[in-house]
Ligand binder design. Structure first.
Ligand SMILES: [Zn+2]
Length: 192
């Protein structure tokens, strides 16, 4: 049997402390045997294999993020803040450079319906027709898979803005992932 990873051990240790099972020294990383003994005292079914304990620790953190280390929590927070800042900056820029208002959301659109739609046979069929019609080259920046980009078939009028045009071939264009994610649901630019 191998050793339990430090990171895993800290998560299990914090969880045990929270449940009041662990009463030992707060700042010393306990040895494997004491952690396993403490886990077994909670539930004799607890696995002892280090890989299985890694999975247990991942589940515990997913249920209670306070069990993650301070560093991980901070990184998670700052990544979230960066994403929000980038999104807000993009919205501000759009409101300055674009003479049109931010698009209104179509009431028929929902992220659940979109998730089903994007996996549907109907979408795969029409998407493939768009690739045949326009070729697998980004219409906005000209790059192809040979340049290492991933090709997307984009809804010119975004699905979230006009749900009724989701299967309209004339509403489709080929963009690379960068251009498509940049366009997002903010623009209805036709690059064809
Ligand atoms: Zn592109």
């Amino acid at each position: 049997m191998g050793l339990i990873r430090c990171k895993t051990k800290w998560v299990l240790y914090r969880w045990l402390r929270k449940r009041g099972v662990w009463k030992g020294e707060k700042w010393l990383l306990p040895n494997d045997q004491s952690v396993i003994a403490a886990l077994k005292s909670v539930d004799s079914q607890f696995p002892t294999d280090p890989a299985a304990l890694d999975a247990v620790a991942t589940d515990l953190v997913a249920q209670d993020s306070s069990l993650a280390s301070g560093g991980e929590k901070l990184l998670g927070k700052s990544a979230k803040r960066d994403r929000e800042n980038a999104l807000n900056a993009q919205r501000v820029l759009v409101s300055i450079v674009s003479p049109v208002e931010l698009p209104k959301k179509d009431a028929s659109y929902s992220s659940e319906a979109y998730a089903d739609f994007i996996r549907s046979e109907a979408w795969r069929g029409i998407r493939y027709l768009a690739l045949r019609l326009y070729g697998n080259k980004c219409r906005a920046c000209g790059r192809t898979p040979a340049n290492g980009v991933q090709i997307h078939v984009d809804h010119i009028k975004p699905c979230s803005v006009d749900w009724s045009r989701r299967l309209d071939l004339l509403n489709l264009q080929v963009l690379c992932e960068d251009c498509n994610l940049g366009k997002s649901n903010l623009f209805s630019d036709d690059w064809r």
